[in-house]
Ligand binder design. Structure first.
Ligand code: SAM
Length: 342
């Protein structure tokens, strides 16, 4: 059970609850059995594993948000402040006159704080507290603070990480700095990486760009990334490498893909800074799945280079997969593992 989703749906479950409308739009969509009874619900979900589960449940989904409006917009926000406020504003843009916005989030994600922010823009609201989460909603009545919603819209703009030339967006991994673990791996990438390379969990493209700068014999690089917004930033950050007038002829592919489902090709080298969080919680299962799905995608003689927090137990997986490996670098926080498929 996803407690925030249950709390969101509980807003409709009592007689005095919200009515189910003829049409609804769901930002951060996740499937729930009760939604099967709804006449028309469309989802938007930038995270591939969640988009896949929405699709498997048979609900319609859109990748780009169109200029349409709906009488009800549901929101299950992400993790960051700017992202959450930007989603409030996105919901506002897609709300029909007199329509309702309903938000649900865990208390640990700052639900009380965000409820207060939401009420700054909308005035009165209804609120439910359940499952260590809050669901809050308000109906548009002509008095909402549209200037505040406009301010929140701007939080979703592409922004620069100063002095790096990289652009990012709110809500994606490491959106205001270069991750120090990734920097360490970039500093220690061997120049002899060559041929076809995959960057797993490529984010906004930092490791890929570092590899392209350092390793002239890479002919193709595939960026596998679950967050469509990060991939969008990566496209911008790597745009120069794709232009026909660049001296390089590297083939760069952007794959909106859940790495835990396996990879779509085989590679001479795979680089990664695997994720170890799902939502708020530490989840080493995700990092393990990255490793176990990378191994079958390595060619014989292929290299796997990864950076991880020192305490994360990835060495045993490399042993279990029969890779020969070395710890090439270790500092107070991170380690770099370099493995080879013999
Ligand atoms: C630790 S970050 C590294 C990002 C990037 N390589 C960098 O160095 O800045 C891990 C990345 O994996 C992505 N990710 C998480 N789960 C994923 C999955 N199941 N499939 C593909 N990518 C995933 C996250 O969105 C995030 O961008």
């Amino acid at each position: 059970m996803n407690p925030a989703l249950e709390t969101l749906m509980s807003a409709f479950s009592t007689e005095e609850g919200l009515p189910v409308p003829a049409r609804a739009f769901f930002l951060g969509a996740q499937p729930h059995p009760a939604l099967r009874e709804w006449p028309d619900i469309t989802g938007w979900q930038p995270l591939k594993p969640l988009a896949d589960s929405w699709d498997r449940a048979g609900f319609p989904r859109i990748d780009e948000t169109p200029p349409n409006t709906w009488p009800l917009v549901l929101i299950l926000p992400g993790k960051s402040r700017d992202e959450t406020l930007a989603w409030f504003a996105m919901a506002r843009r897609h709300l029909a006159p007199g329509g309702t916005i309903l938000v649900a989030m865990p208390n640990t994600a700052g639900a009380a704080r965000f409820e207060k922010e939401f009420s700054r823009a909308t005035g009165t609201l209804g609120s439910i507290q359940k499952n260590k989460c809050r669901a809050f909603h308000s109906a548009e009545d002509g008095t909402w603070d549209e200037a505040l919603f406009s301010e929140w819209t701007a939080l979703d703009d592409f922004k620069n990480i100063p002095e790096t030339g990289f652009v990012t967006r709110a809500g994606i991994f490491s959106c205001d700095h270069i991750d120090p673990g990734s920097q360490l791996l970039a500093d220690h990438l061997p120049v002899h990486l060559h041929g076809t390379v995959a960057d797993l969990g490529a984010g906004w493209g930092f490791l890929t760009k570092s590899a392209l700068r350092k390793c002239p014999n890479i002919t193709r690089i595939d960026l596998y990334e679950a967050d469509a917004r990060a991939l969008d930033c990566a496209r911008r950050n790597l745009a120069g490498w794709n232009s026909p007038d660049e001296t390089t002829s590297v083939d760069i592919r952007y794959l909106w893909h859940d790495v835990t489902t396996g990879l779509s090709a085989t590679y001479d080298a795979i680089i990664m800074n695997p994720p170890f969080h799902t939502g708020q919680a530490t989840d080493t299962g995700l990092g393990r799945a990255f490793l176990t799905n990378a191994v079958p995608a390595l060619k014989r003689g292929g290299r796997l280079l990864l950076v991880a927090n020192r305490q994360l137990p990835y060495e045993g997986i490399l042993d279990a997969c029969n890779l020969s490996w070395r710890k090439t670098v270790e500092d107070k926080t991170y380690k770099i593992l370099h493995a080879e498929k013999r």
